[in-house]
Design a protein around this ligand. Structure first.
Ligand code: NAD
Length: 488
């Protein structure tokens, strides 16, 4: 159930063969193997699972297993358990365009099915460059890898680069997988506080009632990072913050905070109300893009020690890619009529912080809430996440209109986003994944901004590393008589 990182299926053993395309890569080693190991330690994965890692390099099973164990260095020091875990891993050298390799994969998966009694279930995980997603899915079809168990495809972001390319990708995937078999990852939807939001809203009736244009002055969503692009300059040059953060993570958070009350706390009901949010995003004209959206790119820091974006590895010395975006999103439904949703995401800001600030107006007193109260949901990096009321922990803020639900397991059940999402995939629950119709609307929205920006050359760099972003981001709110709550 959304909002309860519940224990419901956390101890029930699951059965599947995972086929990880890109099994030698960074994502697999940094996120997937540690998450799977924790599921193994808690009994979710036990005797009836196997993992086939595939990538181009000619690795042996033993070597692959040693890399899996190495990836757990910071997770555990129980060598016996790590070795036992790694015995479920098998390596298949593979080139995504070679049909014979898919036949070999199919045969290996069938053999492991028998060996581990995995019920013919398959999870195909795309931990590989996006340009290969369609090719892999089409070969899964043409070489007949799908089984009579369940077959689930997990796709990492980015899902396309624009509305058109997302449509092309989706068409190629749906030749093999139905929408109910596709799990589009947005790891923010696996984060504890984002999952808690619905439960908190539904169990705090006064707060829920206050989430309305009558009482909300503005919403603010900030996903700031203190790091620069590090070694991902090549990827970033094709993405920028707009595609990397706004189209997916920020939009999904808007969905969670702005949706109406769902009929039930299940996947269909939640997606129904979320879908309505994205359908109600107010279209932007090119002039409104200029008025309501600000882009930036980091320069050096004040000491000159940190490089400007244009000096980073694999970045064009004249790059016009944005490393910062701030904007004002509005909606055309009655509930949010006239309420600005200010969004902001950037690299090389003073600190890492993911947060939602709900700024109430003075009319909220009608509901027994102090006028001009701000409620902040801290998503990360705070351990376990928390709620602040006017900057003070909600428990000591002496306002009882908002509480964590008693059964939220908040204090003892913090799990990595990838673990939580992996359990959902094993359970066949799409509640925390992005559906195709949601994506279409968010891409359409973001495409207008991209197209307008591509028509004009920005004056970059326009903010110094380790600062809060360009001045225009503050002016955006000042024009409306507002200010950012988080100023680092
Ligand atoms: P990576 O470059 O570290 O790994 C890519 C993998 O693909 C390697 O195992 C490589 O051997 C394999 N590969 C490349 N060409 C191949 C081919 N022709 N045939 C077969 N295998 C081939 O990349 P990554 O950082 O692990 O990213 C993987 C995917 O996950 C990408 O889509 C990326 O956008 C996404 N992603 C990564 C992260 C992250 O933290 N690394 C976060 C979010 C999304």
């Amino acid at each position: 159930m959304l909002g309860k990182r519940s224990n419901k299926n956390m101890t029930t053993e699951k059965s599947a063969v995972f086929i990880i395309f890109g099994g030698s890569g960074d994502l697999a080693h940094r996120k997937l193997y540690p998450a799977m190991y924790n599921l193994y330690k808690s009994g979710v994965l036990k005797d009836h699972f196997a993992v086939i890692g595939t990538a181009r390099r000619p690795w042996s099973d033993d070597y692959y297993r040693s890399t899996v164990v190495d990836s757990l260095e910071d997770v555990d020091d129980d060598e016996k358990a790590m070795t036992e875990f790694s015995k479920h891993f098998f390596y298949q050298s593979h080139d995504v365009t070679d049909s014979d390799h898919y036949i070999a994969l199919k045969n290996l998966a069938a053999k492991l099915d028998d060996q581990f009694d995995t019920g013919h279930n398959r999870i195909y995980y795309m931990a590989i460059a996006p340009r290969f997603f369609g090719t892999v899915a089409e070969h899964i079809n043409s070489e007949g890898l799908k089984t009579d168990g369940y077959n689930r495809l997990v796709i990492e972001k980015p899902f396309g680069r624009s509305f058109d390319s997302a449509c092309d990708l989706n068409s190629s995937l749906t030749k093999t997988f139905s929408e109910s078999e596709i799990y589009r990852m947005d790891h923010y939807l696996g984060k504890f506080m984002v999952q808690q939001l619905t439960d908190i809203r539904m169990k705090n009736k006064t707060f829920e009632k206050a989430l309305d244009h009558k009482y909300v002055s503005n919403m603010q969503i900030t996903l700031s990072e203190s790091l620069g692009v590090e070694d991902r300059g090549g990827y970033y040059e094709t993405a920028g913050v707009l595609r990397d953060m706004i189209q997916n993570h920020i939009m999904q958070i808007i969905g969670a905070v702005a949706m109406d009350e769902p009929a039930k706390l299940d996947s269909d009901s939640i997606h129904e109300v979320k879908r309505a949010v994205f359908a109600n995003l107010k279209d932007l004209t090119p002039e409104e893009v200029d008025q309501n959206f600000v882009r930036g790119q980091y320069g050096e820091d004040a000491t000159g020690k940190l490089k400007a974006y244009r000096e980073e590895d694999n970045v064009d010395a004249n790059s016009n890619i944005e490393t910062f975006v701030a904007g004002k999103v509005t909606m055309s439904n009655e509930r949010w009529d006239g309420v600005p949703f200010y969004v902001r995401s950037g690299k090389r800001m003073p600190a890492k912080s993911s947060r939602i600030d709900v700024v109430f107006n003075d009319k909220v007193e009608e509901l027994g809430i102090k006028p001009n109260t701000t409620v902040t949901f801290l998503i990360e990096p705070e351990n376990g996440s928390s709620i602040l009321v006017n900057g003070i922990d909600y428990q000591s803020a002496n306002q009882d209109f908002i509480k964590f639900p008693e059964d939220s397991h908040y204090f003892d059940n913090e799990r990595e986003a990838y673990e939580s999402l992996m359990i959902d995939i094993l359970d066949g629950d799409q509640i925390h994944f992005t559906l195709w119709d949601e994506l279409q609307n968010t891409w359409k929205y973001v495409d207008v901004i991209r197209q307008q920006w591509d028509n004009e050359t920005p004056d970059f760099p326009n903010y110094m590393s380790k600062t809060i972003g360009p001045d225009a981001a503050s002016e955006l709110l000042e024009k409306d008589g507002n200010t950012w709550v988080w100023d680092a």
